[in-house]
Design a protein around this ligand. Structure first.
Ligand code: A3P
Length: 325
């Protein structure tokens, strides 16, 4: 059912990448959920994922679960803090006292980063309900029961140029990539970076966005009008907050506030990665970095801007999904 195949040579050299494999899951009910006209549901993970793949597929999913799903660097952390607070009656004290990565643990992290010991799937499986769960897995690898339960699923997507640049910095400062931006982008475009291919990840969720328990939105929409998104999420969760409460939450969720908030800025994870992965450590990196739309313009070469635009156009030829940047 699961297939693990080599990704072949890659220029990106960092934690786990020597063990990178394409994982695919070939079962009819998963392919039903796959992209129309495209049964390629492969995703780059590491070999170690084999140990938890079936456990995740078969895990129990509860109606009161909250799932935050995304391609990496798309605004996941932002969405996690937002949905956790909205679903937990704006409990700022607990949000401050308990680190976000414990409130919303990442399901597969021990199966994708060598830095993490075994057990992330068990941690999630045994969590106290209501569970909040983070994952970057694609539709095909998610638990079967996610599609039959009433669990609420939030999917956030971000334009590819900002996403790739953000991923490059993440890889340099966290996973220990020491190569160039150009090699990173090239490798990303070849679907050889962890969790790629990128468009297929988003497209599969785009095809599911009308399901009553799925809410999909864009990082760029959060930046443009966070208050509207907060209202929509509240309604989706069946919560009723006043405008004053939502304005206060918006303030709490600003990049500046979250950057200074040790519960959200992944400081412990960062310092652990810095000890273990020998990443670039120039003292300038914070997990919540530029936090803007179009930041790529300051960093990506014209050559790659054009290439990514062309690649995007090609990839979106057969879909009505469009990016907002
Ligand atoms: P940049 O690296 O472009 O700054 P993820 O959480 O999926 O890893 O995504 C990280 C990206 O989201 C980073 O992008 C980060 O700065 C941005 N981000 C995190 N919190 C944010 C916030 N409160 N407001 C705006 N952007 C935020």
């Amino acid at each position: 059912m699961f297939e693990f195949t080599s990704i072949g040579p890659t220029k990106v050299d960092c934690d786990g990448c020597h063990d990178f494999v394409y994982v695919s899951y070939n079962k009819t009910d998963a392919s039903q959920l796959d992209m129309e006209g495209n049964n390629n549901n492969r995703i780059v993970l590491i070999e170690k994922y084999a140990k938890i793949a079936q456990k995740i597929k078969d895990m129990e999913v509860y109606d009161d679960d909250i799932w935050v799903v995304s391609f990496p660097k798309s605004g996941t952390t932002w969405t996690m803090e937002m949905t956790w607070l909205l679903n937990n009656d704006l409990n700022y004290k607990m949000a401050r006292d308990v680190e976000l990565s414990h409130r919303v643990p990442m399901l597969e992290i021990s199966g994708v980063l060598n830095l993490f010991p075994e057990g992330s799937a068990d941690t999630v499986i045994n969590m106290r309900r209501p569970r909040h769960i983070k994952t970057h897995l694609n539709v095909a690898l998610l638990p079967d029961k996610l599609w039959t339960s009433k669990a609420k699923v939030f999917y956030v997507a971000r334009n590819p140029k900002d996403c790739i640049v953000s991923y490059f910095h993440h890889s340099r400062h966290i996973t220990g990539y020491h190569g160039s931006m150009d090699d990173f982008v090239e490798t990303f475009l070849q679907d050889k970076v962890l969790y790629t291919p990128y468009f297929e990840h988003i497209q599969a969720f785009w095809n599911l966005r009308h399901k009553p328990n799925i809410m999909m939105f864009m990082y760029e929409d959060m930046q443009a009008d966070l208050l509207s998104i907060l209202r929509k999420i509240s309604e989706f969760l069946g919560k009723n907050y006043t405008d004053k409460q939502l304005i206060e939450l918006k303030e709490h969720l600003s990049a500046d506030k979250m950057r200074k908030n040790p519960s959200c800025n992944n400081d412990v994870f960062l310092s652990e990665a810095q000890k273990r992965n020998n990443p670039v450590n120039d003292g300038t990196y914070t997990f919540i970095r530029k936090a803007k739309v179009g930041g790529y313009k300051e960093e990506l070469s014209q050559h790659f801007i054009e290439r990514i635009d062309k690649w995007t156009e090609e990839s979106l030829k057969f879909t009505d999904f469009r990016f907002k940047c």
